[in-house]
Ligand binder design. Structure first.
Ligand SMILES: *[C@@H]1O[C@H](CO)[C@@H](O)[C@H](O)[C@H]1NC(C)=O
Length: 130
């Protein structure tokens, strides 16, 4: 009887836990901008497109099983980036070898401009993979 009650409680907690699914993890890092070209994902993008490069650490740890970075699972994923009350959406197309921190994002100028004046150069962002 005691066991059944414990099992029932456990099952209930398991259901409650599933019901409150954890939100996608929120990353905090530096946002910068660069002049896009041919990126690690094999796409050629431009400054007016909403694209971004994530740090090499983030790019490499997102998923493996590929030899050609064009096949990296993060390629083509989208991210939502926040700065203050501003928001933008980008497609991940590149690996940022020069980013300082593992959660830094280097954006095309068009995406950065949605968030802040380019004269700021480097801003503190929060972001999630969609
Ligand atoms: C980036 O470039 C690729 C290949 O040219 C293109 O398919 C994709 O739509 C571009 N991304 C954005 C956000 O414009």
């Amino acid at each position: 009887m005691l066991f059944n009650a414990a099992a029932a409680l456990y099952a209930l907690l398991a259901v409650v836990d599933l019901g409150s699914a954890a939100p996608a993890s929120v990353n905090h890092g530096d946002g910068t901008f660069f002049a896009p070209g041919l990126g690690a994902c094999g796409y050629t993008n431009s400054s007016t497109q909403h694209i971004a490069a994530v740090s090499k650490e983030f790019f490499d740890s997102f998923g493996g099983g590929y030899t050609n970075p064009n096949d990296a699972p993060i390629c083509g994923k989208t991210a939502t980036i926040h700065y203050g009350d501003k928001t933008t959406q980008v497609e991940i197309v590149d690996r940022c070898g020069g980013c300082k921190g593992p959660t830094d994002v280097d954006m095309a100028p068009a995406a950065f401009a949605d968030l802040a004046d380019q004269s700021l150069g480097r801003i503190q962002i929060t972001w999630t993979i969609n």
